[in-house]
Design a protein around this ligand. Structure first.
Ligand code: PLP
Length: 442
């Protein structure tokens, strides 16, 4: 009888079969060396930052780009540039990273979350309009895990209500919707350059827009709100608006430039790996691979699967089934585990609504007028269902390839052929998750 590793058998894979991300090339070294050779290591208009902005704008097909210290900063800069303020509401998806919602709080506005589509895990356009009020200013669709949000209906609703659209493309560099790059649909878009991302600078962010007004205002927000003298081009040290220190640096910008040269190639490997997994895992009853609509290019920042106990032919509550299978796969040597463990609005930050200095601000601005906000989980049933039943299969990034994908499929088959053993060990003290060194992060 085959013994699963969780039951004391031999693991199917070893850690050494996984290679780390990012893949460093001679182009990265060339640009990073340029920084070291020139000795210019910082400055909003320093050469690497400027070139990265030009190259990314060109790559996406946008007029303007600003680089910044994080994707989170880019989101905040965009909201500030769009004139969002206290009492305004900003709509985003319930299944995303915290920053898609907390950026509203950073601008003293109130985040409102909309549930997701059960197939794409992106914001459900059918539920969007019901969340719009006279206070809504911005919609932030998130291209989750590399799959574009359904932009046509989102833009139609946004136009009808005259709302600013800020694409959160932190996870979707190079993804396309109906043949066009994400980042070119809204009034502005944000990308992250964090080490894990498809385009990586270590840390950093990119804001793109075609709107000169947004560009100028976001650029002020990026650097203390400090005006630049039009004649001398020197800083006036006279802040005209509230700003922050959100500049990027030359070393991360240089690395991102080197990585950009290989973005398409690397994305194609992710796609090939994902297709390989989907083809084989989809044959295992109870495993639901990710869905990609035919008119979208998914760039697989992450590769999710969901588990369905009924389809697998076992009697088990869905969340418990996921936990049992996830633990068994992990013990087989797979890099698996959850990313978001709960819908973002169910995090304590939103449940407590303590806000700034535990004053209840900014919710208090509207609550004082009798408008109530609650982030009850029953408003996000699909996001909750997803969080109960999904896991991320890590390691689909290059230089990992088809050989590793086949080994991953082998481990899935082994576990699904021995589900009784997996279920018997569902309560074992095993803690699935990726080995953070896989992405070079602690
Ligand atoms: C969907 C999403 N939005 C925003 C961000 C924020 O990006 P950063 O970590 O660069 O601040 C992330 C980062 O993981 C993200 O996944």
């Amino acid at each position: 009888m085959t013994k699963l590793a969780i039951a004391g058998g031999e693991p199917e894979l070893s850690r050494s079969e996984y290679k780390n991300w990012p893949v460093i090339t001679a182009d990265d070294r060339r640009f990073v060396n340029e920084v070291l050779d020139t000795g210019i290591v910082c400055g909003a208009t320093a050469p690497q930052c400027k070139k990265l902005e030009e190259e990314w704008a060109h790559s996406v097909g946008a007029k303007y780009c600003l680089t910044t210290c994080s994707g989170t900063a880019a989101l905040h800069m965009a909201l500030a540039a769009a004139g969002v303020g206290p009492g305004d509401e900003v709509i985003t998806s319930a299944f995303t990273f915290l920053a898609s919602g907390s950026c509203a709080l950073h601008q003293n506005a109130i985040p409102v979350f909309v549930d997701i589509d059960p197939k794409t895990y992106n914001i459900d356009p059918n539920k969007l309009e019901a969340a719009i009020t006279e206070r809504t200013k911005v919609i932030i669709p998130v291209h989750i895990q590399g799959l574009p949000a359904d932009m046509d209906p989102i833009l139609k609703i946004a136009r009808k209500h005259k709302l600013f659209v800020l694409e959160d493309a932190a996870q979707a560099h190079g993804a396309t919707y109906k043949g066009r790059n994400v980042g070119t649909f809204g009034d502005a878009a944000e990308f992250s350059l964090n080490a894990l991302k498809n385009l990586c600078g270590g840390e950093g962010g990119l804001l793109v827009t075609n709107d000169e007004h947004i560009l100028k205002k976001a650029s002020l927000v990026r650097c203390f709100g400090d005006e630049i003298d039009e004649v001398s081009h020197r800083r006036k040290y006279n802040a005209s608006i509230l700003g922050y220190m959100y500049r990027n640096q030359e070393l991360p910008a240089a690395l991102a430039r080197g990585q950009l040269m290989h973005l398409d190639y690397n994305n194609n490997i992710r796609i090939a790996n994902a297709n390989c997994l989907t083809r084989e895992l989809g044959k295992i009853p109870g495993v639901i691979p990710p869905y990609c609509p035919p008119d979208s290019k998914h760039v697989y920042f992450m590769y999710n699967v969901r588990f369905d106990s009924k389809a697998a032919g076992v009697e088990c509550e869905p969340r418990r089934f996921r936990i049992a299978v996830e633990k068994a796969l992990y013990k087989e040597g797979l890099q698996v585990g959850q990313w978001q463990t709960m819908p973002v609005p169910t995090q304590d930050l939103f449940q407590s609504k303590l806000g700034y200095g535990a004053t209840g601000y900014p919710w208090s601005v509207n609550e004082a007028k009798g408008i109530k906000y609650n982030y009850n989980v029953c408003q996000y049933p699909v996001a909750q269902m997803l969080c109960d039943t999904y896991t991320v299969v890590h390691g689909i990034h290059p230089p990992n390839g088809c050989a590793l994908m086949k080994r991953i499929v082998g481990a899935f088959r082994k576990v699904f052929q021995n589900l009784d053993q997996a279920l018997a060990h569902a309560d074992d003290p095993v803690f699935p998750g990726m080995d953070s060194n896989l992405y070079g992060v602690a």
